[in-house]
Design a protein around this ligand. Structure first.
Ligand SMILES: Cc1cc2nc3c(=O)[nH]c(=O)nc-3n(C[C@H](O)[C@H](O)[C@H](O)COP(=O)(O)OP(=O)(O)OC[C@H]3O[C@@H](n4cnc5c(N)ncnc54)[C@H](O)[C@@H]3O)c2cc1C
Length: 307
């Protein structure tokens, strides 16, 4: 008989994932861990492979809808893998996957590096930003990312290897990493050096202010739910149909910004999922436009509503 693999430090069972998503919904992870360094991460990946556990990776959970039934296997939250190194002379910035992207934007600004001013209002991690090609206010990750270091969970004994930004097939809110089971452990950016730190910091703060004054930052959400069906804006289409304030259970189309669905306090993942479908159906019926969700769903038995 095969001896079960010993449990690594920090591994927990039946951990509610609502605490790890910005929508504040999601059932329990069968197994859960938040490794704080590379060796803890390697131990967890070995354990998952040896014990045949499915693997899910989350960053800050700010673009994730996790099912109420929760997730089988091991959920790894990488938000504790924090830290960065900045070369203000040459503009190189290297950050761990769990570093909050707004923190990195602030640090870069203080070092007189321009490039990440748009990132200050995006409540995700560096890893999540690379995977999603996060962007705002005219800027995006793909413009400034040089490369990522990744781990292949199916071969945890292999050292992390580099993938250049060119090879990541970046597109609007898309990268090749969304189709591959690789873990981003760190990222390198090449920013524009030699700027006045006060000016870069002022632009960064102005960007944050313009977002918090037009978007519902006080309520749990995942930011924009739908990709913009260019040249149209998803929010304008939804608002034009009078859907602001539409509710299913505790989920509501935000009265402040129609492309946000907020948790009014009692929402379940099912409520949110049903509201996403209801909005899609109304927009398709009125405009013959299929809205595609930007958010990623995990753990649902029914298929993604036209991702
Ligand atoms: C209030 C609010 C405003 C927002 N505004 C914007 C915006 O302006 N622009 C924008 O682009 N997004 C926005 N978002 C969405 C979200 O913040 C971004 O998509 C962000 O990049 C997600 O990062 P994350 O760390 O939270 O990733 P998660 O949501 O945890 O994960 C997203 C995906 O990336 C994968 N992933 C995460 N980390 C890793 C890793 N290290 N290795 C491999 N895979 C990984 C996950 O498996 C999942 O598929 C907003 C969200 C909120 C709540």
């Amino acid at each position: 008989m095969r001896t079960p693999a010993p449990l690594p430090n920090g591994l927990r069972q039946a951990v509610g994932l609502h605490d790890f998503t910005t929508w504040k919904v999601g059932g329990p992870a069968a197994w859960f861990a938040e490794p704080a360094d590379a060796s803890a991460l390697a131990g967890l990946l070995h354990w998952a492979r040896e014990s045949g556990q499915a693997l899910h990776c989350i960053g800050a959970g700010s673009n994730l809808l996790i099912a109420d039934a929760g997730l089988a296997g091991l959920t790894l939250c990488l938000r504790r893998l924090q830290g960065s190194r900045i070369d203000s002379g040459e503009g190189w910035v290297e950050a761990q996957a769990g570093e909050p992207i707004p923190t990195l934007a602030r640090k870069a600004a203080k070092a007189g590096l321009s490039g990440l001013e748009w990132a200050v209002g995006i409540p995700g991690t560096v890893g999540g930003a690379a995977v999603m090609n996060a962007g705002a206010q005219g800027g995006c990750t793909a413009e400034w990312l040089h490369s990522v270091l990744v781990l292949d969970p199916s071969r945890p004994e292999r050292d992390p290897f580099e993938i250049s930004a060119r090879e990541l097939d970046f597109d609007y809110r898309h990268s090749r990493l969304q189709q591959e089971d690789l873990l981003v452990v760190s990222a390198r950016f090449r920013l524009d050096p030699g700027h006045d730190p006060a000016e870069v910091s002022a632009r960064t703060s102005a960007n944050l202010h313009s977002r918090t004054s037009t978007q519902p930052y006080q309520q749990p959400s995942c930011g924009s739910v739908f990709r913009n069906p260019e040249p149209q804006k998803a929010g304008r289409l939804i608002e034009g149909l009078g859907l602001k304030g539409l509710r299913i259970g505790g989920a509501e189309v935000s009265p402040i910004h129609a492309n946000f669905i907020v948790n009014t306090g009692t929402a379940t993942a099912d409520d949110i999922d049903h509201l996403i479908r209801a909005v899609q159906e109304r927009v398709a019926a009125s405009h013959a436009i299929q809205l595609h969700p930007e958010v990623k769903r995990l753990g649902f038995a029914r298929p993604q509503p036209s991702a």
